[in-house]
Design a protein around this ligand. Sequence first.
Ligand SMILES: [Ca+2]
Ligand SMILES: [Ca+2]
Ligand SMILES: [Ca+2]
Ligand SMILES: [Ca+2]
Length: 426
Amino acid sequence: MGDGQTFEACGDHGARRDRGRSGAAVVEVERLEPRELWSAVVPNDTAYAQQWNLKGVNAPAAWAKGTGSAAVLVGHVDTGIDYTHPDLYKNVWINQAEIPPALKGKLKDTDGDKRISFWDLNATANKGRVADGNKNGYIDGGDLLAKWKPDGTGGWADGINGKNNPNDKYVDDIVGWDFANNDNNPIDPDGHGTHTAGVIAAEGNNKRGVAGVVWKASLVALKVFGDSPTDGATLTAIAAAIRYAADVGARVANNSYSNGGGSVGDPIYNAVKYANGKGMLTVFAAGNDTADNDRSWLASYPASFDLPNIISVAATDKSGDLAAYTNYGRKSVDIAAPGTSVYSTWRGGTYRTDTGTSMATPHVTGTIALMLSLNPKLTAAQLKSRLLAGADQTAKLVGSSTTGGILNVANAVNGLAGKRVATAAR
Ligand SMILES: [Ca+2]
Ligand SMILES: [Ca+2]
Ligand SMILES: [Ca+2]
Ligand SMILES: [Ca+2]
C-alpha cells in the first residue's frame, strides 16, 4: 500500500461509473468455421426469467454445446466472494497445493477433471471427509478455511505452506487471498465481487437463483478492496492479485474496477504484462464516466493500457443501446456486454440487481471460461480474436469499440469441440 492511488469498483454500488471509447479495430480474425446453430437451453434456475442479460448475449444457444468445467481457473480480482453462497460455493477454486497431506490420497475426483473441487467434496463419494463446520448443509470455502484438527472435525488451515509456485509466500491460501488485509480469507464484505462472480459462474440449472455465463468453473477469490464500502484498492494489491492468478494457472482474470490514471511501467501494467507471458487474458471494465477512452486525458485504466492480453468492456442496457454511463472508445475499448440492471448473487447468500461496466465485464470473462472448457489449448490471442470476431455488430454500437458490437457467447464457442445438438447454415 502507500502507492497513493486507489481504484474504484465499476458498479453503481458506492462506486464511480465509467464509459468507453471507439476506434479502428485491430482485431486479428482467424478463419471462421461454418456457423453452427444450436437450440437454446433453458436452465431451471428460479430467477432465470429475470436474466435478460444472458439471452442478450446468446448464452442459451452456447449452453447446448457445454456449460463449463472446474478445471478452468478464473482469476477474480474484486471485493472478494461470498464463498458460502448457495449458488456459488461449488464454483470457488480449491488450491490443490493446500490440501492437507493426510487427506490428499483419500479424496475422490468424482468428475474426472484431475482436481479436487467443491463439486467433488459435496459428492456422496467424499461424504464425511470434510466437516461442515459452519453447519449450512454443504462443504464450502468457510469450512475449509477453519483451523485444521487431527480428528477431522476442523478445516484445512494447518499453517503449513503448501507450495503452489516457486515463490509462494501465501500460507493456507486455500481458496485465494485477501491482498488488502494480507490474509487467507477473501470473503466479500461488500457484495460487488459476489455479484460479478455470479455473472461469471453462478451454478446453473440447480433450481436456485441465477445461472452464470458458465455453470461450472473454479473462481480464484482475490480480494483487493478494503473492508469498508468507501475503501479503494491499491496498485500494489491489484498487481499482486493479477500475478497470483497467473501463477496458479488461471487463463483469464476478471477486473471490474477502474481509475482515471495509469502509466506504462506502473505495477498493474507490469503485472498484466507478466500475465501475458503466462498466457492469461485480463478482462477489464472500460469505466463508468461517459468518457472516450481514446482521449488520453480522459482514459480509464487499467482497461486502456495497450497490452495484447487486455479486453476492455463497455456496457449496454436492455434495449441494446450503449449505456448512458459507459466509457467507449473506437480504438481502446473492444466489445460491449449487458451492464444495466443485471440480476446476480450478493453477499450473505442473497441476490440483487446492479449496474455498471463492472457487470458487463464478467459476461466476457465467463465466455472465455466456457471457451476454455471446450478447448483448453486455445492461446490467449486465439481466445481474444475468436471472441471479438463473434461480436454482433449493431447500428447502435458503431464506433463505440474496436468491434462496434455486443458479445455473442454462441458465436464465441462456434467451431469448438463439444456436444452439438443441431447444425444449420446461417
Ligand atoms: Ca474433480
Ligand atoms: Ca458448510
Ligand atoms: Ca500457499
Ligand atoms: Ca443457480
